[in-house]
Design a protein around this ligand. Sequence first.
Ligand SMILES: [Zn+2]
Length: 555
Amino acid sequence: MTAADIIIENGRILTMDPDRPRASAVALKGGAIIGVGDPAEMDELSGRSTRRIDAAGVSVLPGFIDSHIHIFAGGAQLGSLSLAGLSGYERVAAAIRQRAGRNIDPGVLVAEQAAYSIFGEDEPITRHVLDRILPDAPLALFASDHHTMWANTAALKAAGILHGREVPPGNEIVMGEDGLATGELREFEGFAPITDLTPTGGREMLGLMGHEPKSPPTSAQRAVDLGILRRGLAYCASLGITSFHNMDGNFYQLELLEEIDRAEGLGVRGRVPFRMLPGMALSQLDKAAEMRRRWNSDWLKADFVKMFMDGVIESTTADMFADYEGMPGVSGFSFFEQDEFDAICTAADRHGLQIAVHAIGDAAVNRTLNGYEAARRANGSRDSRHRIEHIEMLAPADLPRFAELGVLASVQPTHAPGGAYPLEPIVSMVGRERMRTGYAWQTLRDAGAKLVFASDWPVAPLDPLLGIRTAMTRRRAFEGAPDERQSLTDSIAGFTADGAFAEFAEDRKGVLKAGTMADLVILSGDIESTEPERIDELKVQATICGGRITYERPA
Ligand SMILES: [Zn+2]
């Protein structure tokens, strides 16, 4: 008889296993689940060295899988000033000046989580406004979506871009009529000169473009980066997360994670993609294959390709079929031409790689679906599970194509207006008609699409319980708009079983049954009897990953 290392009993266990959805006890040994059932069934698995944990009637779930995060950037932001939820000049200025007084941001003070309308709907963020807040020291505000940054004059000068600079298409250092930069910096290459000034030199952002550090980081710089990743991983564990799909990647980040894995274990299982960019030769995909060879364990794997098709609605860079509301001639753009994108999808698919593409506007989603269809036409049908990230706007004609092509809809509940964020400005920018199929989670589900949920941390808060709450309680965009709220079971599955499916691991994680990985989370209460609006008030009592306790809530 094998004695369990740990038996959790008296829990309200939601296994997410359709064959046995509920249980009250679960036994773990050597990183795997060896039994799920009632206490009597578990008794025969109990030995003298077995640790018995009394879950006292609270919910026990499979460990959360966050299918879209940015671990390096998220970890780096944990120590930064956050402007989340702040608006109005006086309040923002006070927060920034207080932080500046503490003198803990060498190089440039970067305030995170700024709303595009932080100073008011019609009040653009310019270097002049920021100069009033902090005239002499470099200051930058980072939009929560990480697609735009605003810098004051001192920061623009320090970065050497006050007079502008040539940047690749799709990126922009916005210039004013006076011939000087306005302070608005669009997309990665637009604000890279500013992030270069931070203690990490912007290394946490390099994976977004798939770049490697320009020169090998020194051991001191490496130590800074390892510390950031360790903080990020610990933060994941504290919120019940046992697996994440990173949505940026490079060899450097993978090597850092491997170093932590070797030293003390990651505590959270990670997947990291190869980043394919417009204009790259198809032969670059060999690097993705190399990544997959080097990192292919249960703890760290590099087994997919990530691309960006477009930007975001707030900065009108999301690619739409029709103009933005009240903005003639403005409809966004796609980073890839259809031909080039089809060729990349076909080649990556032939390598057997899963593809994940950021697509927010309806035209970008359409182009992405076309690419997946082209790959299928060329290579034949296989269980590819290609994914589209975000899918904020969707042409009604494209609805059935998710099921037809077996494409996963990877959506982030907290991103939707009417949930964690207000309905405006999004609804006005796209108009009501388009919002009918905007953030269309239930509509997609009803059309046969498979969904998976995620946070997109640090773009939005990491807490999966907030994600579940938002998925269940989001308001309609306007009266008469479809109700896109999710059931509790679908919401939990989106952060557990569906995440496992999205990484071809549905037999091994995301459900609690004998033989799956011992990854689970114990909550502070019963999620089923908690009002949906209050689910994010629940806390994580303990997180177990690979049979090891990776987080325990302090008493
Ligand atoms: Zn993202």
